[in-house]
Every structure is written in C-alpha cells, then in structure tokens.
Design a protein around this ligand. Structure first.
Ligand code: PXL
Length: 299
C-alpha cells in the first residue's frame, strides 16, 4: 500500500544520530540523556537500547542486559531506513553486545563514532567486567573517532594496555596508549581530579591538541558524561570540525550542569533544555493575581 505524502510542507531533515546505550528511567543518564541532548542540539536521535536498568537518582538497583541479536535487530532496521550522521556509544554491558556493535559500526566507515566508555555509574555501580574492558579495547577502539573517558576510566583502560609492574601512568600517557590502541582522539575529562577548575584535554596521535578549563560546580551530577559525548556527537553530525565540536560540546554540557536540578534525594540531573528556558511560563503568568477568572476564555 502506498503511503500518502503529508499534506504539510516538511522541514529539512535534521542530522540523525544513533545512540547505543542503556535505559535510565530517571532520564538523568543513559539513552534518555542522549535523546534529550541530541534533540536539544537540533539532531534527530535514534535510540538503540542495550539494557534496561532499575534505578533512582541515588543508585542502580538492577540491570537487564539485552542479547546481541536484539541490539543488532534494532540498529539494522533503522540503518536500512535512514542515513546516520554520527554514532554515540554509552553503556554496552556485555562482551556480546560490544562485539555486535563493533560489527555494525565496521559497516559504516567514515561515520564519526563518539564512545563514552561507561565502566561504572557515577555512584560506583559496576557496569563492565574485565572481559568487557578487554573487548572495548580490542573491538571498539579501532572504530572510535573520539573516546571520552573520565580520568578514572582512562586509567582503568590504559592499565589493561600496560605491564602489571607499571607505576600509575599520567593522564597523557594513558591517552597515548589508547590512541596507540586505535582511538583516533581521546578527550580525558577531569571532573574526578582535584583542583578548583576542571581541566579537559583532547589528545590525538601527536599528543595534546587542546585543553579547556571550566569552573568546578558544586554537587554531583547524574549523566554528565552521557551529555558531553552526545553533545559532541551532535556537533560532529552538524559537520563541525572535531576540536570545535569538542569545545562546543563542553560549553553546552557545562551550562546543562550549571542549570541542573535535584528532583529526588540523590544526584543532580543536568538540564539539557537550558537553552529553551525562555519558552517556559514565568511565575507571573502562572499565578497572575490581576487575571480574573472571567478573563480566561476556553473555546
Ligand atoms: O552515567 C553513566 C551511565 C550511563 N548509562 C546508564 C547509567 C549511567 C549511570 O548511572 O545508568 C544507563
């Protein structure tokens, strides 16, 4: 049956970005964080679920990983239907899902891949065992344009590539190892380091490319890494050169955190829609004492 064309003129299709990540029903992190960020930055998100979680803003209670076939079926159906301008990888969970995602990505060379190597939640719940870490390095790093580990993650991943007698390597040495293992660029975020300011550094094959420093915000945020990686994927999908996409993604994320809120008893949630606040009703509109009931017409 032919599908009738819309009677309405359609706007140009926004860049489409595919996210592989796990569902976080708080909408602070995971697939929902990616969806909010990508949409806020004018992209159309495709959400391929790798797992479901049971969690609140204080911690993860349970995790239901999907098998590789389910992940592949979700992604392949979408990829056969529409072109994708960038991929974003978040929590993948099992070795099987990592291998599935690697196989899919290898069919789309030239499409940027931003990989947030989620090893644990911000509150310490483990999301990847040793085998998963090894599979990320072996199968995904060679397909990654931009890896976005925090300093804890970069040390954990780099440890896998060093000898067991190593001293604790510097962050730049960790990044060098991951670039040698195949990631084209590595953005190491410094939120977990000490200091009045947060320093994020982008590394490439010749070492550091740019460093950006940000005022350290008080509070603990749920989903800041997901927001950053998705924002950079969005800007890459729009065609920004990589260093500019990295800079713009950090700017967007910092403002999302600064506008963050604490809806429950645990972490703050970034406000990914901070740019559209002027569309919200102001308190004066909601409870305007001068507005008589008779002024309100409901048609
Ligand atoms: O922020 C890392 C992260 C990613 N994905 C999911 C999560 C979390 C942290 O809790 O729940 C689904």
């Amino acid at each position: 049956m032919a599908i009738a064309a819309s009677r309405f003129p359609t706007a140009a299709t926004p860049p489409v970005v595919m996210s592989f990540a796990a569902s976080d029903p708080t909408c602070g992190a995971g697939l929902q964080a990616d969806l909010l960020t990508l949409a806020a930055l004018g992209c159309h998100p495709l959400t391929v679920a790798t797992a479901l979680t049971v969690q609140d803003t204080a911690g993860v209670e349970d995790l239901l990983p999907f098998d590789g076939g389910w992940v592949a079926d979700q992604a392949r159906a979408l990829l056969e239907d529409m072109p994708v301008a960038a991929f974003k990888l978040g929590m993948l969970g099992s070795v099987e899902v990592i291998a599935t995602v690697a196989e899919i990505l290898s069919d789309y060379p030239g499409t940027p891949v931003v990989f947030d190597p989620v090893l644990a939640s911000g509150r310490g719940d483990a999301f990847a065992d040793e085998d998963a870490v090894a599979a990320m390095i072996e199968l995904l790093l060679p397909l990654t344009d931009l890896l976005t580990p925090n300093s804890l993650e970069v040390r954990r991943l780099a440890q896998e590539l060093g000898s067991s007698t190593d001293d604790v390597p510097s962050l730049s040495e960790c990044a060098r190892r991951l670039v040698n293992a195949g990631a084209t660029h590595v953005l190491v975020t410094g939120t977990h380091e000490r200091g009045a300011r947060v320093v994020n550094t982008l590394y490439g094959s010749h070492g550091p490319i740019r460093s950006d420093t940000w005022e350290r915000l008080p509070g603990s945020y749920h989903g800041s890494g997901c927001t950053l990686a998705s924002a950079i994927a969005a800007y890459l999908a729009w065609g920004l050169p990589r260093p500019e996409a990295v800079r713009a993604g950090q700017h967007y994320t910092w403002h999302s955190l600064a506008a963050g809120f604490r809806p429950g008893m645990g972490q703050f949630i970034p406000n990914r829609l901070w740019q559209s606040q002027e569309l919200l009703p102001r308190p004066s509109h909601v409870a305007d004492p001068s507005l008589e009931v008779s002024d309100v017409r409901i048609d």
